[in-house]
Design a binder for this molecule. Structure first.
Ligand SMILES: *Cc1c(COP(=O)(O)O)cnc(C)c1O
Ligand SMILES: *[C@@H]1O[C@H](CO)[C@@H](O)[C@H](O)[C@H]1NC(C)=O
Length: 571
């Protein structure tokens, strides 16, 4: 370290000269760059400096490699190497015109299929591709919306109660509450608290209520546009905290393989290296020993879920908290899905393990008001142990020519109507309302779990889910669980498909509570059908089969889902 500092001091002019030099100064490329491009400054570099620097670079490289190996294990690292090699080979091969043409033909066929599924078709579909010359009246607008609903009818009416998650309350009563709040605060924006003081107050009160639910009344938080933004904010906060307090400039985080993809997204957005740690195949909890091995001097935070999305199980938050405390790093507990279920489990009469701020070492919790809080979509809360930590989430710019600018999260302007809708939903429900819906929803999940364990010998439940989600896989090679998912789709059910291991899950909502018996009947039938038929060509089987077909499968899936995203914006 001393060598490098010395080096930078004696060559500070040069260090600033190159565009990327500061960023890549730990790369050997810098040395080459320096020695070939600027012989003048070479004279100020004595040999011992260079030797010292080289030794330093080798040590840094070796240390990085060692940390990587320690965190991921040898076999995982070799697998990564194999995948990287296979992928670059694939990229090379697809440059061959003949291969590229074939891949493109296949992809084009898939795109047509995706668009056929997503977009309305037929001669009488009215497309609105440019502004109407003259403005339209309300009657026209409502009539056009009715027309669009007719052109592209939903294949699954959420009111039928056959969707996993998605719409968590779905009652007309809640709709009236939210619409009343929207109507009143339609144009409001919390970016201007002077103009909309009531919105500022409700925003603060939503956070305060959540902090009390999670047993941290002296903590701090903020509302965000959803669980993903809450997680992005938390990673950014811990990154900037670690940089300021611990001097960490190459941040890393340690995340269970079962954690939400939003952590991978945050890692990609904010340049944090992410170590994904396997979960125990029996309990579905992250393996603490391997988490500990992955923690090093660059670690800013570890993550646990209560509950996770894939199988609805809860990590050992107490164990993770002990680790976080020992190494003085952050611990984010993802309660995006657990939201308004986990805090009420005990009061609803179900067993519950510690997961909130009462656990030492927990520094942040995300809670989606727009899931089991029943708020309108676009609403979540990120909470921190202290207001000091929240400071690192803020963006402040005192010199902007548009004025002094400051905002708590990723967005600037935000819809005040959503905040009012969230505040209204929480007050409409009240603690007793949430406790009774927790009792109904978790009760439904437990009934499904028991039915699967007792009367489906070919299935097994993943882990011991404590709350509203039940995931299951197939015990026998003769039953493809994704085929079961495709058969369930034909019966109107929308279950979530899982990978590693393959499985299906259902996240129970208020709408599925009355559908438990029908679910079990349909599942029996679907298994029977899946066994009887050869490997099908349903959406789940095709997509996940492709992803698993070879080393380059994930890249093909990537190309497909990008085509899917393109199709979403096809007018
Ligand atoms: C839903 C969910 C999130 C966040 O998802 P959003 O769609 O952005 O709200 C994060 N973690 C878990 C476990 C979730 O289920
Ligand atoms: C993909 O392959 C792996 C390893 O062969 C297997 O464990 C996994 O269950 C497969 N996943 C799917 C979705 O078929």
């Amino acid at each position: 370290m001393r060598m490098l500092v010395q080096f930078e001091a004696s060559n500070s002019r040069r260090v600033r000269a190159g565009p990327n030099v500061q960023r890549v100064c730990l790369n050997v490329g810098f040395l080459v760059d320096l020695s070939t491009r600027n012989n003048m400054s070479m004279s100020t570099l004595s040999m011992p400096h260079i030797n010292g620097l080289l030794v330093y670079l080798v040590v840094v490289r070796a240390l990085k490699l060692w940390r990587h190996l320690r965190a991921r294990g040898l076999s995982q690292s070799l697998k990564e190497l194999y995948l990287l090699t296979a992928q670059s080979a694939f990229r090379l091969v697809t440059r061959l015109p003949s291969v590229r043409r074939r891949v493109e033909t296949e992809l084009d066929a898939a795109k047509v299929e995706i668009e056929r599924m997503l977009l309305p078709h037929g001669k009488d579909v009215v497309r609105h591709l440019s502004l109407p010359k003259n403005g339209r009246p309300l009657e026209w607008i409502v009539a056009s919306m009715e027309q669009m609903d007719r052109e592209a009818p939903s294949r699954t009416d959420y009111r039928d109660g056959k969707l996993s998650g998605t719409v968590y309350h779905g009652g007309d009563d809640m709709e009236r509450i939210i619409v009343a709040a929207f109507q009143r605060y339609c144009v409001s924006n919390p970016l201007h608290p002077d103009a909309f003081p009531a919105i500022r107050k409700m925003d603060a009160e939503v956070v305060a209520m959540c902090l009390r639910m999670y047993n941290n009344p002296t903590g701090a938080g903020a509302t965000t546009a959803g669980g993903t933004e809450s997680i992005l904010c938390s990673v950014k906060t811990h990154r900037d905290w670690a940089r300021a307090v611990k001097g960490i400039s190459e941040p890393e985080m340690v995340v269970p393989a079962s954690a939400h993809a939003a952590f991978d997204k945050a890692a990609a957005y904010f340049n944090v290296k992410l170590h994904s740690i396997p979960v125990d195949p029996e309990t579905r909890r992250v393996e603490l020993k391997r988490v500990r091995r992955a923690v090093n001097a660059n670690t800013i935070m570890v993550v646990g879920s209560a509950i996770n999305f894939p199988d609805g199980c809860q990590d050992d938050i107490v164990g993770l908290g002990r680790l976080a405390k020992r190494y003085n790093i952050g611990l984010h507990v993802d309660c995006c899905l657990g939201s308004f279920i986990m805090p009420f489990l005990e009061k609803a009469g179900f067993p519950s393990e510690p997961f909130d701020f009462r656990v030492e070492g927990v520094t942040a919790i995300s809670c989606d008001t727009h899931k089991y809080g029943f708020a309108p979509k676009g609403s979540s809360v990120i909470m921190y142990r202290s207001a000091d930590l929240r400071q690192y989430q803020y963006y402040v710019n005192a010199k902007w020519s548009g004025g002094v600018y400051a905002s708590p999260g990723l967005s600037g302007s935000r819809p005040g109507a959503l905040i009012a809708g969230t505040w209204a939903a929480m007050h409409y429900m009240g603690e007793d309302g949430y406790i009774s819906s927790c009792r109904d929803i978790v009760g439904a999940a437990k009934s499904i779990q028991q039915a699967i364990e007792n009367s489906f010998p070919e299935l097994y439940v993943l882990g011991k889910p404590p709350a509203s989600v039940v995931a299951f896989g197939s015990r026998t090679p003769s039953l493809n669980i994704l085929e079961v998912g495709d058969k369930m789709s034909k019966k109107g059910w929308h279950l979530n498909a899982l990978q590693n291991p393959p499985g299906l899950h259902i996240a129970c909502t208020r709408l599925t509570v009355s559908m438990v018996d029908e679910f079990i009947r349909d599942l029996k039938q679907a298994i029977w059908e899946a066994k009887g038929s050869p490997a099908g060509t349903g959406a789940l089987v095709s997509l996940y089969g492709l992803g698993n077909s070879s080393a380059i499968g994930p890249q093909l899936v990537g190309a497909l889902v990008s085509a899917f995203l393109d199709a979403l914006y096809k007018a």
